[in-house]
Design a binder for this molecule. Structure first.
Ligand SMILES: [Zn+2]
Length: 235
């Protein structure tokens, strides 16, 4: 494909490679974008870029500890957990939709919107991570699962890692402590549990009903229960 690599931004690149961007209305969560086309085009883009996406060195933290300045005073009601359906690193596109992201090795990356913007009612520039449920929740996302398929399960080329999962349980514990959020299935839950547990319709999101590092755990509740149990154990 004849694409000028010097002028491609990530967004323009996705368009230039011939598939539509995910629709971001009130939702905005890229978590369910799993078409083969997306995966293929991403691979092409990564190849064009010499194997790596450009990283504008976003704020990062030591593994598993959320810096105090990332957690401004706010009244937050719950934490919703996602994956990006992207690669193992957090790009700017991913950072615009979540408050905290967790990369392959467990490193934390700060999202672009402040947690404070999602305090109810959500303010302009809030992190749009969950359809119809962005007022009150903190959005945390694991950088992984581009090109994954739910059934038959195929985690794709960027599977969720154990280090990401362990980072997530630490982050959830930090956030629950900071914002006095109790660990229940309505206050700490994955995107895949939102429709059942909160009664807010989603569009077939499966982040997460499968854990790539432990295929024995199946289903939204089983994954959510594991997360809640491990985060509770830390607290
Ligand atoms: Zn999601």
């Amino acid at each position: 494909m004849n694409v000028d690599k010097t002028v491609l931004s990530p967004q323009r690149g996705r368009c230039a490679l011939g598939f539509p961007l995910p629709k971001f209305g009130t939702d905005g969560d890229p978590g369910a974008v799993s078409m083969n086309a997306v995966s293929k085009a991403l691979d092409e883009l990564v190849t064009l870029r010499g194997g790596e996406k450009p990283a504008p060195s976003p704020p990062a933290s030591t593994i598993g500890l959320v810096p105090a300045e990332w957690m401004p005073a706010a009244k937050m009601e719950r934490i919703i957990l996602h994956w990006t359906a992207g690669a193992h690193k957090a790009g700017e596109f991913d950072r615009s939709h979540y408050h905290i992201l967790i990369e392959e090795e467990g490193k934390l990356i700060r999202g672009i919107p402040s947690i404070k913007l999602n305090e109810a009612p959500a303010k302009k520039g809030y992190a749009a991570h969950t359809l119809g449920a962005n007022s009150g929740p903190i959005g945390v996302s694991l950088c992984c699962m581009a090109g994954a398929n739910e059934a038959p399960f195929d985690p794709g080329k960027y599977p969720m890692t154990r280090k990401q999962w362990d980072g997530l349980t630490s982050v959830v514990a930090d956030l629950c402590r900071r914002y006095s959020i109790p660990i229940t299935d309505k206050t700490v839950l994955s995107h895949a549990e939102v429709q059942n547990n909160l009664g807010i319709q989603q569009r077939g999101k499966w982040d997460f009903t499968r854990l790539a590092f432990d295929p024995s755990i199946k289903g939204a509740n089983a994954c959510g229960d594991k997360l809640r149990a491990e985060a509770s154990a830390i607290l």
